[in-house]
Design a protein around this ligand. Structure first.
Ligand code: MG
Length: 450
């Protein structure tokens, strides 16, 4: 049986790869893993298949003797918050995040509100592949009740944000997805004038694809400019990430959203520790310097950041895709709180969004990729190490090569037969040159080894 769990739980095309039967088996295995007891919170996004899969998940959990707390349709950070708020033993989120609408996914959550560690996922996977789940006897079948998690979540976010005295106009683009139930209402209650874009729930995502990449945010950019808004915010499908558009309609990369939020959120803390991955812009190093704090770079992906936090602690975590984790809030990326924090930062600054962004150094990035068969990846990486041996190298995830005026990340993808090449420099041409150098070396290694 192929590996079920990827970086973000189990993902697949609904009713084809991810069927109600598989959902039932996964949740039966989760109940067995939890020793057939405890309370499990279950939430789902608004994809057309989510409710169907939720029925199967709930059935598997209660058949396995777990009590179920049904949260209904909620963004992922609300599920994470609810697990701690209601004192649950675990959680299940049904979402495929930024993937197209035909996909769905199932992800398990720990009692602390973080995603399952790899070892626990492997244990559940083992139970599924051996069909070793245990059902409860008739008098131990789990109960089911519904709970409203959104109200306490919104209340807690409002309590965590300072009163915003400046009247800001914000265009909020939720991709017709789960964030629609939280962010527009939240920013309105914070005192913003909110213009909603793609905030009618529709699991087919007709407004734009669920990935908030610059090419998918053209309508948001146009709307921000057309209605003279101070900024625009966009979530991915489950609202654990936020991307921002400034008043001129320019998209800020996720790195910069993370950097601005980190700078604001950690202001006044003593030597704050920022956790991020090897793929994040150097702008986060500038923020750490401004705060007299430290920075730790992990492997790519939210699980690696959480893993470091669990072992060694940290104040904030974030990635280049616009996912920010506030460790004093919940150990899960929270795009809704990120949007609120950014609005708070902007209001406090008295500046425009582009003005606030310009307080941090500008970097240019170039991101490329090359096809590379799975079996060649380790050899290519070794060969690259030799080719770049005279530079300062970081082997945390792939190879990060530091130059005096920039860096290069050459990293095999964990999910596709490709090698990625990221370059960054203060100068645009230098970033392109570094990317070209990376691609040239990559091509040479792949050609020589295949
Ligand atoms: Mg997501």
């Amino acid at each position: 049986m192929p590996r079920l769990f990827g970086t973000f739980g189990v993902r697949g095309v609904s009713n084809l790869e991810l069927t109600p039967k598989l959902a039932f088996e996964l949740s039966s295995a989760l109940a067995t893993h939890l020793r057939n007891r405890g309370v499990v919170a279950v939430g789902y996004d608004n994809r057309t298949s989510s409710e169907m899969l939720e029925h199967a998940i709930v059935a598997g959990l209660s058949a396995g003797g777990c009590d179920v707390l049904r949260l209904g349709m909620v963004p992922t950070p609300v599920l994470s918050f609810a697990i701690k708020h209601f004192g649950c033993d675990a959680g299940v989120m049904i979402t495929a995040s930024h993937n197209p609408p035909e996909y769905n996914g199932i992800k398990f959550w720990d009692s602390d509100g973080a995603g399952f560690q790899r070892s626990r996922e492997l244990e559940v996977e083992g139970i599924v592949s051996n069909r070793a789940w245990r059902r409860a006897p008739w008098n131990r079948i789990g109960s089911c009740r519904s709970a409203d998690a959104l109200t306490p979540y919104m209340r807690a976010v409002l309590a965590a944000i300072q009163r915003i005295k400046r009247k800001l106009k914000v265009v909020v683009d939720c991709a017709n997805a789960a964030g629609s139930v939280a962010t527009p209402a939240l920013l309105t209650r914070l005192g913003c004038k909110v213009v909603s874009l793609n905030c009618q729930l529709d699991g087919r995502f007709p407004g734009r694809p669920a990935e908030p990449s610059p090419e998918n945010l053209e309508e948001l950019a146009k709307t921000v400019v057309a209605c003279g808004a101070d900024l625009g915010t966009a979530h991915d499908g489950d609202a654990d990430r936020t991307i921002v558009v400034n008043e001129a309609g320019e998209v800020l990369t996720g790195d910069r959203v993370f950097a601005l939020v980190a700078l604001h959120h950690l202001q006044g803390r003593e030597r704050p520790k920022i956790l991020t991955t090897v793929a994040t812009s150097s702008v986060i190093d500038d923020v750490a310097t401004k705060l007299c704090g430290s920075i730790v770079r992990t492997r790519v992906g939210e699980p690696a950041i959480i893993e470091h936090f669990r072992k060694h602690g940290g104040d904030i975590g974030g990635e280049e895709n616009g996912g920010v984790i506030f460790f004093d809030w919940t150990p899960c990326r929270d795009g809704i709180l990120t949007a609120a924090k950014l609005v708070e930062a902007l209001a406090a600054s008295g500046m425009s969004m582009s003005g606030l962004d310009a307080t941090l150094p500008r970097y240019h990035q170039s991101k490329r990729r090359i096809r590379c068969p799975e079996e060649l990846k380790p050899k290519v990486l070794k060969a690259l190490e030799r080719r770049f041996s005279r530079y300062e190298l970081d082997r945390t995830d792939g190879l990060r090569v530091s130059f005096e005026d920039g860096w290069l990340l050459l990293r095999p993808s964990g999910t596709e037969p490709i090698f990625r090449c990221f370059a960054e420099a203060r100068d645009g041409k230098r970033a392109e040159d570094l990317a070209k150098l990376g691609m040239r070396e990559l091509k040479a290694c792949v050609r020589k080894l295949s």
